[in-house]
Design a protein around this ligand. Structure first.
Ligand code: UDP
Length: 464
């Protein structure tokens, strides 16, 4: 690293989870590729730092270094639930981050800009304490940002414990039913601790000099406009590997927290064109045994080849497939624990994606132009699914029954619907249009490229 003349050092703080590490690494890469005078340090807690080293996620990039800060927890054996973990991070994170910033200074790498993450609002205060300008990398959709903002300032009626199921009409957004709102904003919804963090960050937004969003303008024009009085949002996405959009690049650090079973690409090579159903629910969602059974038999009776990322929730549990399923699907199913998703989505054998609609998976699928079978669970996934199915019309929704289970017949019905017939043709056409719009946003002079350049030029003028 000594050969590089470092002028501007950006400390990019990421929340310790796969869905945050991936866009952070991709953003770091975009920054360093845009200007040779930028150096990025990507910082997360020690446990995830260790996991990144173990899986090779940290990789090597001479302009990007990987740093950790203490959250006061031991690196191994930390099994806190989400509420307790967030509370611990809020308590110990500020001091841990301040120590890192001082340490970087001592190592001759003073920080010129800190990039925060919506789940760690205290980063803004740490930056303020050091007098370092702060940006925020918003890692969900701008529609979710708009819902959070409008819910914070109660710009429309929101569900309450007394009136839970209502239609919510927000500026710049389609009418959202309660189960289409990010679940952390809904009374009794899962992961309420995320609402405290995200809304806490939006309350501090005036202290943030740049709000950068992993999205692109043509995808979310109205949602972006709906909050522009409060926050001009600078879209810089989709943060996907540029190779996915047909651009040749130096190989990118992938940022996987688990070892990827890349040989599934060899298996895909043996399958017919546009035949394989890709199934994955990201890094956190876990399916009930009943749901695994229904999905498995749905895939079996579809008669199509499939690639299924069946990841146990943690290292102590197993992903239990129903008895007889592997025999019934021998030769046309491949089950892995983790795969190179971006390469899978762009593989010519893949026809559609059964997804939980996490925002990274959503953007990767849009950028790949792959039709979607939306199977959202909670958080922002449900809002993303609403947009994918009803606004962008690039997918169909797997409907749950009264017990909240997607049955095998529904799995089969949706697979047929997305593959054959007039709706399937329209979905494919829309998916290709969105893919093109994503490519345009990122190309030189495109909306996201221009915003990135503005940010970089601001940084350069701050430092000079
Ligand atoms: N991913 C992957 N391999 C897999 C499953 C997921 O590389 O087998 C990646 C996926 O490409 C995405 C990230 O993990 O970049 C998951 O982020 P997302 O926001 O979709 O979901 P989350 O895990 O946060 O729920």
């Amino acid at each position: 690293m000594s050969a590089i003349e470092v002028n501007i050092h950006i400390l990019l703080v990421t929340f310790p989870a796969q869905g945050h590490v991936k866009p952070a690494i991709r953003f770091a890469r975009r920054l360093t590729a845009s200007n040779a005078s930028l150096l990025v340090s990507l910082a997360t807690n020690e446990a995830i730092g260790q996991q990144m080293r173990d899986s090779g996620a940290a990789g090597s990039d001479e302009h990007i270094s990987f740093e950790t800060f203490s959250d006061g927890l031991s690196v191994v054996g930390n099994q806190l639930d989400a509420d307790k973990f967030m509370a611990q991070l809020n308590r110990a994170g500020p001091e841990g981050l301040a120590t890192l910033i001082n340490d970087l200074q001592v190592r001759g790498r003073p920080v010129h800009c800190i990039v925060s993450n919506p789940f760690v609002p205290w980063v803004v205060d740490v930056a303020e304490g050091f007098g370092i300008p702060c940006a925020m990398l918003w890692v969900q959709s701008c529609a979710v940002y708009a819902v959070c903002y409008q819910s914070l300032y109660r710009l429309d009626e929101f569900p309450t414990p007394e009136r839970l199921n209502i239609d919510v009409s927000l500026r710049g957004l389609p009418v959202l039913k309660t189960n289409e709102l990010p679940s952390f904003l809904v009374p009794f919804g899962p992961y309420q601790c995320l609402a405290d963090a995200i809304l806490g960050h939006i309350k501090k937004i005036k202290k943030v000099k740049w709000v950068l969003a992993n999205s692109f303008h043509a995808l979310e024009t109205e949602a972006i406009q709906s909050v522009s009085e409060l926050t001009p949002i600078m879209t810089i996405g989709p943060l996907v590997p540029l190779g996915l959009l047909g651009r040749s690049t130096a190989s990118e650090v992938r940022g996987d927290l688990w070892k990827s079973e890349d040989d599934c690409l060899d298996w895909l090579n043996t399958q017919p064109k546009e035949s394989v159903i890709y199934v994955s629910f990201g890094s956190i969602v876990s399916l009930s045994p009943k749901q695994i059974e229904e999905l498995a038999w749905g895939l079996a009776s579809s008669g199509r080849p499939f690639l299924w990322v069946a990841k146990p929730v943690d290292s102590t549990s197993e992903f239990l497939l129903p008895t007889g399923f592997l025999d019934a699907t021998a030769g046309r199913g491949k089950i892995v624990k983790w795969c190179p998703q971006v390469e899978v989505l762009t593989h010519p054998s893949v026809s559609c994606f059964v997804t939980h609609c996490g925002w990274n998976s959503t953007l990767e699928t849009i950028a790949a132009g792959t039709p979607i079978l939306a199977f959202a669970h909670w958080g922002d996934q449900v809002t993303n699914a609403k947009f994918l199915v009803d606004v962008y019309s690039v997918g169909v929704r797997l409907e749950r029954d009264a017990e909240g289970v997607v049955r095998r017949e529904e799995v089969c019905r949706c697979i047929e619907e997305i593959r054959e017939g007039p709706r399937a043709a329209k979905i494919r056409e829309n998916a290709m249009k969105l893919k093109e719009a994503a490519r345009e946003a990122l190309e030189e002079g495109g909306s996201s490229d221009k915003n990135l350049m503005v940010f970089v030029e601001d940084l350069i003028s701050l430092a000079s």
